[in-house]
Design a protein around this ligand. Sequence first.
Ligand SMILES: C[S@@+](CC[C@H](N)C(=O)[O-])C[C@H]1O[C@@H](n2cnc3c(N)ncnc32)[C@H](O)[C@@H]1O
Length: 290
Amino acid sequence: MTLQLTSPAWQDYTLLDSGGERKLERFGPYHLIRPEPRAIWKPVAPPEDWHAAHAEYLPAEMGGGGEWHFRQTLPDRWPLQYRNLKMWAAIEDSRQVGIFPENAAHWDWIEDRVRAAEPGCEVLNLFGYTGLASLAAARTGAVVTHIDSSRRAITLGRENQALNDLNDRPIRWIVEDAARFAEREVRRGRRYHGLILDPPKYGLGPNRERWAFSENFDHLCTILRDCLTEQPAFIVVTAYALESPPEILRPGMEILTRGLGGRLELGTLTALERSAGRKIDLSITARWSA
Ligand SMILES: C[S@@+](CC[C@H](N)C(=O)[O-])C[C@H]1O[C@@H](n2cnc3c(N)ncnc32)[C@H](O)[C@@H]1O
């Protein structure tokens, strides 16, 4: 059975409407329009709702990238909350806004796994971005190592930690290439009880190390197998924009969990639209628990 994970508990985020390969979203008091290639249907909300959006991210005609077009003034950043986890939303150069709302389903699951694990369990979060999964783990008692190649993402992560008054919690924030860091941890003999992986389709390390999901994921799992304790507690993987079914994560997960038994679930992180109840699968995911 394929999981379709939604995040219904959001108060500060809503997928309002979608269509024409775009989506209209509410991030707190602000409405934003971003590209959504999977929304091939027609919008349902009245056009004035779309026109009233505060900003729209327009992808470039040719090649990647694009830019934001502002229709009203937006603050540099503004606070949002999921349950009682606080976070900064901020318009980035890319179409990102500092949060992947669909990941909230994972934050809840990670908290439950950490609570069920031994006190002080060690968690490694690779491709961690602005750190919400790391904060979810740390605030429930984990010792967290957070890796991202972007210095800006790490800065935002630290600011989210401060926003939640969690500066007393043990989180190592490290700017590094995910694979390079994992190789070093194996050499150091450091072992983790929990693993969080959220790789992009393509990415660059701080020294321009190339990351391509289709070429590097299974190999990274081979390295990370030696970063796990003998009895790990959980592993969660999310992958974006792959246009592939969750099944493609199975080989990597089997490398990571060989001989461990436990439970493996494959599926998608899915957003549910308010206007017409249509679902958009935003990423594929795999979860393993002891
Ligand atoms: C999809 S985002 C992660 C989203 C995040 N997990 C979340 O829930 O908010 C992918 C992240 O991978 C980082 N990244 C890309 N290439 C990398 C690499 N080679 N090593 C480490 N991080 C990398 C990017 O800076 C970006 O923050």
